[in-house]
Design a protein around this ligand. Structure first.
Ligand code: MG
Length: 159
C-alpha cells in the first residue's frame, strides 16, 4: 500500500463559480484559476499522484498550456486515475478537508463524494470529504481564498 498527500489553495473572486469536488455550490464568490479552480479535486489529484510518486498536478497539466484553460477538474481527475492505474495501482480510499470560511458546505458534501467516487471508479464509502472554517483567522478567515487537504491510499495490484 502507498499513501499520498495533497494540498491546494485558490483565491476567491466575484463572478467565478464555486466548484468543489465537481459540485457547483451556490455562492456570491467563486474560485479563481487557470482551470475551473476546483481546489478540492486538485488536492485529491496531488494525493493520488503523490502516492504513486508520479509527480504533481502542475507537471501533468501545466497552467501555461492553453489546452487546460477552464479545464473541468473532474476530467483531470479521471485522467490521473487512469495514469495511476497504468502504474499498477488501485484507489483504496481518499480522505479530504476543505477549509473555507463560508458558505457552509454540509448540504453539498455527499454530492461531492458521489461525484468524486464515480469519477475514480470506487464506492462512495471509499471517499470522505470534510469541511471546516479557519475560525475567521488567516486568508481563509478573511475570505480571500479556500484551501483543501487530501490523503489517498493506493493498493499495488501489479504483483
Ligand atoms: Mg489548483
Amino acid at each position: 500500500m502507498r499513501i499520498g498527500f495533497g494540498y491546494d489553495v485558490h483565491r476567491l473572486k466575484e463572478g467565478r463559480p464555486l466548484i468543489l469536488g465537481g459540485v457547483t455550490v451556490p455562492c456570491d464568490v467563486g474560485l479563481d484559476g487557470h482551470s475551473d479552480a476546483d481546489v478540492l479535486t486538485h488536492a485529491i489529484i496531488d494525493a493520488l499522484l503523490g502516492a504513486a510518486a508520479l509527480g504533481d498536478i502542475g507537471q501533468h497539466f501545466p497552467d501555461t498550456d492553453e489546452e487546460w484553460r477552464g479545464a473541468d477538474s473532474i476530467e483531470l481527475l479521471r485522467v490521473v486515475v487512469s495514469r495511476v492505474e497504468e502504474a499498477g495501482f488501485q484507489v483504496g480510499n481518499v480522505d479530504s478537508v476543505v477549509v473555507l470560511q463560508r458558505p457552509k458546505l454540509r448540504l453539498y458534501i455527499d454530492a461531492m463524494r458521489i461525484q468524486l467516487a464515480v469519477t475514480m471508479g470506487v464506492e462512495i464509502e471509499q471517499v470522505s470529504v470534510k469541511a471546516t472554517t479557519s475560525e475567521t483567522m488567516g486568508f481563509v478567515g478573511r475570505e480571500e481564498g479556500c484551501a483543501a487537504h487530501a490523503v489517498a491510499l493506493l493498493v499495488n495490484v501489479s504483483s
